[in-house]
Design a protein around this ligand. Structure first.
Ligand SMILES: C[S@@+](CC[C@H](N)C(=O)[O-])C[C@H]1O[C@@H](n2cnc3c(N)ncnc32)[C@H](O)[C@@H]1O
Length: 193
């Protein structure tokens, strides 16, 4: 089965119209809190990091990264209601001074200052995001994707976890190591699939 079909299998009963007409539509499904320790430890999050969540939903990952002491945590979310929820959550949790929420399309936001990028999207969206990640991120930036791979990129690590009865997968990529020019032979010792 194609990985993108999992949403429809497991969770979606009612679909909004744009789910059928927009090939880049991604539903809002928040990251479960039980996964956060695994995600942040896989990313090797530290106080030097600038953390981005592409499609930040209600802002929980951004706020949590800020609470864990990153230099700056940025969320990009195109849904206005979710964006406003995120701003409120940051205020409630007292981290507004270390977060920035952008109400917009992540394809149009420059992410070149990110050192850690988190994505909980879909494989077909990751595929379209890959050139942006490759061109804007600095070498060594870490990307963690929940459940969906970046096609053509080589994960440095895959972590599997069973949470609330569901099998979850986390993919860790590193810019300059995982992306295609490197896996296709420019980097000694790493060979493409
Ligand atoms: C599966 S949810 C993940 C939410 C959040 N990252 C989390 O882990 O809790 C995906 C989110 O991405 C947002 N999204 C999808 N495409 C987007 C785009 N092009 N620009 C900004 N946000 C987008 C959706 O509105 C949705 O809130």
């Amino acid at each position: 089965m194609h990985a993108d079909n999992r949403w429809f299998e497991a969770r979606i009963v009612w679909l909004p119209m744009n789910a059928l007409t927009d090939p880049l539509w991604v539903p809002w499904v928040p990251t479960r809190r039980e996964l956060m320790d695994i995600i942040f430890s896989l990313a090797g999050l530290s106080d030097k990091d600038v953390f981005y969540d592409l499609g930040s939903g209600d802002g929980r990952m951004v706020v949590e990264a800020a609470k864990r002491g990153v230099k700056l945590a940025v969320g990009v979310e195109k849904n206005r209601e979710l964006y406003l929820k995120a701003v409120k959550l940051a205020e409630r949790e007292g981290v507004s001074n270390r977060v920035s929420f952008i109400n917009g399309d992540f394809f149009s936001v420059n992410i070149s200052d990110a050192t850690v990028v988190y994505m909980y999207l879909l494989t077909r969206v990751n595929r379209l995001l890959a050139p942006k990640l490759a061109s804007e991120l600095r070498s060594g930036a870490r990307i963690v994707s929940l459940d969906f791979e970046i096609p053509g990129w080589r994960p440095l690590q895959i972590v599997e976890a069973r949470i609330a009865g569901m099998d979850r997968k986390l993919y860790l990529y590193v810019k300059g190591v995982s992306d295609p020019p490197m896996i296709h032979g420019l980097m000694p010792g790493i060979r493409g699939r």
